[in-house]
Design a protein around this ligand. Structure first.
Ligand SMILES: [Zn+2]
Length: 154
């Protein structure tokens, strides 16, 4: 209980809390999980102090439990995020983020010459790891989109 008094973002009764998001990735996560169109009650904070990250963001989504596929997409923009499942204000579970093997239609190809940037073609990438970072290889131009180049298109 020691810290509850000082919670920077109000606790939720039931739902999902995504914590330890790099502040710079907050809006990418919101796009990725399509929260702009959600009708659930959502609260978030950014530029909160964190020991692990310089500035972190947190999102609390009432009455929503993310699908495995959505959780895996978090590996693209917030691989260190922690996901807590809340019931009756208690953490009843944690979800591990595992990188997806393929990503369809969520990320823009970093190659400006790629057909997906000129024609209405849905992007498709296979995901691998390079030096601890994710690398997305485009099916069409075979160029790599690195983790820091990831731009969410949704
Ligand atoms: Zn491409």
């Amino acid at each position: 209980m020691e810290n509850n008094k000082y919670l920077e973002v109000r606790a939720i009764e039931n739902g999902t809390v995504i914590d330890h998001i790099p502040s710079s990735s907050l809006f990418k996560v919101i796009k990725l999980l399509n929260l702009e169109n959600a009708e659930n009650q959502i609260t978030f904070g950014m530029n909160l102090n964190s020991k692990r990250l310089n500035k972190k963001a947190i999102i609390k989504i009432s009455d929503m439990y993310c699908a495995d596929k959505e959780i895996s997409y978090l590996a693209l923009v917030a691989p260190m995020a922690r996901i807590n499942i809340i019931r009756d204000y208690e953490v009843v579970g944690k979800r591990q983020i595992e990188a997806p093997q393929e990503v369809d239609g969520l990320v823009r190809c970093a190659n400006p010459m790629c057909i997906t940037n000129h024609e209405p073609v849905i992007t498709h990438f296979t995901v691998s790891e390079r030096n601890g970072e994710l690398a997305l290889r485009c099916r069409y131009c075979e160029k790599i989109t690195s983790q820091e180049q990831i731009e969410i298109i949704r």
